[in-house]
Ligand binder design. Structure first.
Ligand code: HEC
Length: 108
């Protein structure tokens, strides 16, 4: 009998990783991710991330969100909406790093 890996296991694995990621992302890569945020995310979420086709990506919007929810939204997108998955471009660790910056509030 084939066992299906429960989604919870995946989420747990990502969660366990998230505690240690920021130290592993080089300053050069961090700058690249911020560039992606300004240009790619900004094309839908607004150049100043104050909203456009997609909602504003500002800290006050994310007070009730945890980092996992934010990172998983970035990684997997929102199926059925224009929000694309960023897995092809960001590792799990990088998505957590970006999610943490967004939750703290970033001024691009
Ligand atoms: C092609 C347009 C597009 C691009 C590019 C895009 N998004 Fe989105 N995003 C959306 C839309 C539209 C939604 C709202 C989806 C919905 O209706 O639930 C969304 C939702 C989100 C949400 C959930 C916000 C909330 O309050 O519900 C987050 C977080 C997010 N995007 C982050 C990002 C990040 C980070 C990037 C860049 C890596 C990005 N998005 C790039 C269109 C885009």
């Amino acid at each position: 009998m084939k066992r299906k890996a429960p989604t919870a296991t995946l989420i747990l694995a990502i969660t366990v990783m998230s505690g240690t990621v920021s130290a592993e992302i080089s300053p050069v890569r961090q700058a690249e991710i911020i560039h992606l945020l300004r240009h790619d995310c900004g094309s839908c979420h607004g150049m100043r991330l104050e909203g456009g086709l997609g909602p504003a990506l500002v800290a006050k919007r994310f007070t009730d969100w945890n980092i996992d929810q934010l990172a998983l939204t970035i990684l997997y997108g929102r199926p059925g909406t224009p929000m694309p998955p960023w897995r092809p471009f960001l590792t799990d660790g990088e998505a957590y790093w970006l999610a943490t910056r967004l939750k703290e509030g970033i001024q691009p």
